[in-house]
Each structure stands twice: as structure tokens, then as C-alpha cells.
Design a protein around this ligand. Sequence first.
Ligand code: ADP
Length: 431
Amino acid sequence: MHPHLVFWISALVRMFVVFLCASVAGFFWGVIPGLVLGMAGLVGLICIQLSYLLRLSDWLDHPSSSRLPDGWGSWTEIFTRLYKMRRGDEKNQAELAEWLARFRQAMSLLPDGVVIMDDVMFLEWCNPVAERHLGLSLAQDKGMRVTNLVRTPEFIDYIILGRYDIPLILSFRERKLIVHIIPFENRRQILVTHDVTEAQRIDMMRRDFIANASHELRTPLTVINGFLEIASMQPDLDVSIRSSHLKLMSEQGERMQRLVEDMLTLSRLESMEYAMRHERVNMRQMLGQILQEGEALSAGRHQMSLEYDGPDIMGSSDEIRSALINLVSNAIRYTPENGAIKLIWKNLPQGPKFVVEDNGIGISTEHISRLTERFYRVDKSRSRETKGTGLGLAIVKHVLLRHKASLVIDSTLDVGSRFGVQFPANIAIRS
Ligand code: ADP
């Protein structure tokens, strides 16, 4: 039945009962007692309604679904409906609170910074990434103006200009950030920060690498093209001159080949998809071969020795071999005739260590931290004279990174150098 109908019927029934009682009293005791009884009945009904109204107003002051007043007649229906509404509200509120908590947790896990501000940029909420990116602290800065917290002219100009359709590239506390501001809900704005410091650094390195590699390849190509031009313009060139040109061209060709091979090695080592092999590396055999190859490269110009007192290790034989041979060939190339080159393989408490010691030209301190950069050379002409590509130590660095090993360089100008490779202890195989 429709609730309104129930309401009316119960009200009419109550009034009818009062009217009936009053009529019966009037019939037996006279009109006056009948009217008095009728009035008393109506006053009683009004008092009951008033008492329910008071209970209702009391409840509305502190609404709760667990403490609802009991009802009578149509009040039962009213209180039941209020109870349902209240339960619904409480459920909605609980759902909203849970949803808000989940939303904040999701925002906290985002790799980007998120700041929620009102229309005049007062901070309402931000996630931990935004705290890091913009140096904010939600606990302390809530309610403060973001332009007072991020005080850089670029940011302030961007806000004044209000061209939010174009993102801002902001340099802030040694970070490069892309900042977007998106207005929402009429009176709120969301600020998103995306850190591109690392991406920009890699991009810059890539551009430098391409520029350097093109430059390195251009020099031998220019030489070859020059000789080819002479050969085509002067077909009757003296045989001895022609053969000397051919020799120089073949040297430049070899130089380009070494460069391309080193660049390919580097790019293979850098690519994450190229999985590292884990095999037993027979160090005695490998170091014996490296010593022989070193002696061949030195062609008797240096005194070479090997001290072997370390274990076999787990890793990629090819990669370790290429790293160690690079270090040994550098020692030979940068040590004048009659110098001494010592290879040492030993086991330390922190793990196995390979050391190449030479008493060559040495390196002054300011260059040491940059030696593993691609194409970084202390002395360009000496590197080229000795067939260097400038990529040897970059290759070493990558191989060591893949084996969780580290390179330690000690060197003194005009005294000599010591390149140490410290492998982690867990790589050693106990025989
Ligand atoms: P390169 O092909 O030029 O030798 P590397 O990356 O192998 O390139 O080495 C980078 C630079 O480090 C070299 O150009 C050289 O100046 C310096 N270097 C490396 N090893 C030695 C060493 N044993 N003694 C002196 N200088 C060295």
C-alpha cells in the first residue's frame, strides 16, 4: 500500500476512535462529558504527535543509524524511512572514504608528481613524488600558495601567462621537469610534474656519441677519399708512392673497422635484451692467453709478468676477456719502451681482483674520473698513433657493470698507472 495512504488511514482511524468514544460518552452521560472526552482525546493525540516530533528533532541533532527512536502508528513508517536513508548515507560515506583512500594510494604510487590546488593555487593535496620534485611538504605546506613554495621565475611567469595548453619545462633543484596544469571542477587545478632529467641526460649522451662517432669516422674517410682522388687524377703515379698511399689507406680502413667493431660491442653490451652468459671462466688459461697476446703486441718492448693466485669465476668468458685485454693493451700502448707491465690475479676478502700495473706515462688526476666516457682521451694523437678508438675503457665499464664488478684507477703522471678490477666475492668458484 502507498505510504501516504497508510498515513491518512491511521490518522483517520485514530480520530474516528476519539470521535466514537466521545459519542458513546455523550450518549450515556450527556453532551458536555462527551465533548470533554472528545477534547481530551484530541489533546492526547496532539501530545503524542508532539512527543514524536521532539524525539525526531532530538535525533536530527545527532543522527545515527544505531539509535533511532521507536515509533507508533504512522511514525513507525517515518522512522523506518529515516533509518533506511541514514543507513544509505553512512554506507555512501564509508564507500566515499574508502574510494578516497584508494585514490590517494594510487596517486602515491604514480611515477609522476600530482598536486591538487584550488583556483588561486593554494595547496590542497600532493603525492610524495610531487613533494620530492618540487620540494614540498604536504604536512607543513597545506593551505599555502604553490607560487610561494616553488619560487622560480620560469614557474611564476608560466602561471602569470596562464597558457596551460603548452607544458612548462622547468629546471628546478638539479632536475628537469615537465609541468602540466589542468583546471578541473571549476574551482580546482591539478598540477602534474614529470621528471625528464635522466631521459635528457641519455638523449644528450646519444647526441654526443653520434657526433663523436661521425667525427671519428670522417677523419679516416677523408684520408681515403684524398688518396683515391690523387690515384684517379694521377694514373701514372710512381709505384713506390702508390704503394705507400695504399698502405696508408689500408691503415685508415683498419681504423674504421676497429671503431665500428668497438661501437657494435658497446651497443650490444648496453642493450638489455642481450643476456649475459654465466659460465665457469678458467682464469689461469685466460690470463695465460692474455699475457701471450700482450707480449705479441709489445713485441719485446716491455717486460711483462703475471702473478696468478686467484680462483676461477662465474661470468661471461668473452666479455671478461675483452675487458681485461683492453686494460692490458692500454698498459702496453701507454708505456714507453723498456717499461714493466705486471698482471696480477688474486683473491681478497671482498672478492677476486685483477690488477694491471705499468710504469708508463701515467694520467693526471683531473682526467681519471672521465676516462670511461666514450671517446674520452687524455692525449688524442697518442691514442690514434697507438691504434686507440677511445672506446676501450667504456667497454670495460659496461662489462664490469654487467658482472657487478668495479674499476679502480690509481695513476700518477710520468710515474705509471694501476687499473684494478674488483669482482664481487660471490662470483668466485671454490675449487
Ligand atoms: P683509447 O683507445 O684512446 O686508449 P681507452 O678508452 O682505452 O681509449 O682509454 C681512454 C684514455 O685513457 C686513453 O686515451 C688514455 O689517455 C688513457 N689511458 C688508458 N689507460 C692508460 C694507461 N695505462 N696509462 C696512461 N693512460 C691511459
